[in-house]
Design a protein around this ligand. Sequence first.
Ligand SMILES: Cc1cc2nc3c(=O)[nH]c(=O)nc-3n(C[C@H](O)[C@H](O)[C@H](O)COP(=O)(O)O)c2cc1C
Ligand code: SF4
Ligand code: SF4
Length: 306
Amino acid sequence: MGCPTPLTPWLVSMTLRAWYVTSKVKRGAALREGSGIAVMSSCALYYFSSTGNSLAVALALAERLNAPEPISIPGSLVLPDPYFAAREAERVGFIFPTHRATLPEMVRGFIAKMPEHTDCYYFAVSTYTIFGCNEFADIDELLSAKGKRLNYAAAIQMMGNVGLRAPATRMVERRRANMREQVDEIADAVMNRQETYLPRANKALAYLVKRFTNARRRSIVFKVDKRCTRCGVCVQVCPAQNIELSKDGARAPIRSDKCEACLACVRWCPAEALSTRQAIHNRYHNPDIKPEQLNRTPQDTTPTTG
Ligand SMILES: Cc1cc2nc3c(=O)[nH]c(=O)nc-3n(C[C@H](O)[C@H](O)[C@H](O)COP(=O)(O)O)c2cc1C
Ligand code: SF4
Ligand code: SF4
């Protein structure tokens, strides 16, 4: 065994802290009870989703809350007023994946520009594979700049692309059942306007992640091999409209500075023709979601059957 590097204690403490934050938020530790309103009046649910996990959560929540169809953040950004549903809503929820220990850039930009709204109750639900950390503190900071706060936060552990092989069906089933249970708890909390514990931001981790993320986002190298059938699925699932089809196949991304590095294009390619040079990928995506559901614009909300 070699000697531990001086970084080892720091890494261990960082990992433990992140685990602590995730588990505390996951328990949804309620600090203060809210007004006790038990009927859902008006609610806008906004989601961002690459492999479909967060969309599956958003759909389950909408059903439990008897709320309107969840709205895709990338899909709504093409509209003249992406915030139309939030303007009158009494509750606004954001459902998204943890990306590099915080929230995806597109979700951050969306919340930053959202017009503030008197008496609105804000909540956030993240989906993650291993641990989250700064996502809720970061949203709270964005809302604080508008004189608001994040009232409630919860994190749900889902299946992800960790490991070289696709996850076993048994495991997918178990996580799906856990997700349903947690969604029930979250829906009750949101209906009752509960307030939760919000972890403080880990500034050191935020700094490192930002540096690492910016470097990585610019440097991802995508490869498309000859198995590409030009089916267009990658174009459909890209939240940044950053892939084009030529006669030779797909080209991703068109602009590396616009790429969210979400890897939806890689995960959903049915021919497994799309990959990146940096990583070996298994290609899990949520079995309850179809690619055309991910980024649809709000007026196109007819339920998908089958
Ligand atoms: C770019 C990227 C970064 C990620 N970073 C984290 C992370 O920091 N912690 C974690 O637990 N999971 C991380 N994940 C896994 C996702 O959060 C997880 O799979 C999530 O459920 C995906 O949700 P979606 O299908 O709605 O996109 C990351 C995934 C991607 C693509
Ligand atoms: S999803 Fe795959 S096969 Fe379809 S166009 Fe994109 S790269 Fe080609
Ligand atoms: S090109 Fe970038 S933003 Fe688009 S799906 Fe692929 S990784 Fe995501």
